[in-house]
Design a protein around this ligand. Structure first.
Ligand code: NAP
Length: 291
């Protein structure tokens, strides 16, 4: 049996996520070269075995797979304006793991293609301490050959790596779809912590319950997606009127407990618009129709 040789990896950007990628690549036996604007962030990684480059261009030149994980695409562009950086990328596999919009990803892909650089775009569906697990998901999209070239290397840090198709913006689209749900859920979660605390329970208890019920929550959201996808809102349960009514319960509780009613009031507004349009007896998913 032959063991595949692990590719040399360069990581540009050693924020919380970039540093987590580096630690994970080192653990998996990759040679890793790093660069960060603030040099101090490279020190702990050097102690773990990473080689610290003195410039972006030097870091790019050292890797077969070059990963950018900085704040956003404009920062990536600025770094690529460093003397020699773009030329050094030629012949390498360039992996963009900084977050951005689908359109930014497409524009970056076009730029790379015009420069003759092999490029694959990705989105990290994890927080730093979830990197490197067999169930860690990164969404990747763009040129299929570039994905194939990157697959074994990226699986070192994301065991459940997924290819989302040839559109370079696809990884970002899936990422934004997830994040929109996540950040909206956070708004509700913070309200629920206030609700719990006002009734003598803790934020930790709420988090534990949500972890336990996450599969049921996922199933409920999937059901909404199926209903909206099929365009059939005939309700045999969970009508819009029923769910809108429960928003009044939350607003009443907020008054009783002297906590903010901002979140339930906002959701009530979304439901009310659909009720006013005559969808009250349909499934709650009908609120989408006036969104
Ligand atoms: N953290 C997460 O949970 C998470 C999850 C999924 C995806 N991501 C994505 O991963 C990317 C990196 O996130 P992070 O958590 O590592 O962020 P972070 O801790 O804020 O680090 C930002 C990185 O970008 C660099 N940077 C910012 N502006 C720069 C500039 N003008 N020139 C050069 N370098 C610059 C920073 O360098 P300095 O150290 O010099 O400031 C640092 O390396 C982001 O696109 C983020 O959306 C993060």
């Amino acid at each position: 049996m032959t063991t595949a040789v692990k590719k040399n990896v360069s990581v540009i950007g050693l924020g919380d996520m970039g540093a987590a990628l580096v630690r994970s690549f080192l653990k998996q036996g990759h040679a890793v070269t790093v660069w960060n604007r603030s040099a101090a962030r490279a020190v702990p990684l050097q102690q773990l075995g990473a080689v610290v480059a003195s410039s972006v261009t030097e870091a790019i030149a050292a890797g077969e797979v070059v990963i950018f994980c900085v704040t956003d695409y404009p920062v990536s562009r600025t770094l690529l304006e460093t003397a020699g950086a773009t030329a050094a990328l030629k012949g390498k596999l360039f992996v963009q793991l900084s977050s951005g919009t689908p359109q930014e990803a497409r524009e970056f892909n076009t730029w790379a293609s015009e420069e003759g650089i092999t490029y694959i775009d990705g989105a990290i569906m994890a927080v730093p301490d979830q990197v490197g697990r067999p169930d860690t998901v990164f969404f990747m999209s763009g040129n299929k050959d570039a994905y194939t070239q990157s697959e074994a290397t990226l699986k070192s840090v994301a065991g459940a790596l997924q290819y989302m198709g040839e559109d370079p913006g696809a990884a970002s689209t899936w990422d934004m779809g997830f994040l929109s749900v996540l950040f909206s859920a956070m708004g509700g979660f913070f309200h629920s912590i206030k609700l719990f605390e006002s009734e003598g329970l803790t934020a930790t208890a709420l988090g534990n319950m949500m972890f336990q019920l996450a599969p049921a929550l996922g199933e409920m959201l999937k059901q909404q997606g199926d209903i909206i996808g099929a365009g059939n809102y005939n309700a045999n349960h969970s009508s819009l009127n029923l769910c809108a009514g429960s928003m009044d319960m939350f607003i009443q509780h907020a008054k009783d407990a002297n906590i903010s009613a901002e979140v339930p009031t906002f959701i009530k507004g979304i439901f009310k618009r659909a009720q006013d349009a005559g969808y009250g007896n349909e499934h709650v998913a009908a609120a989408y129709k006036t969104y």
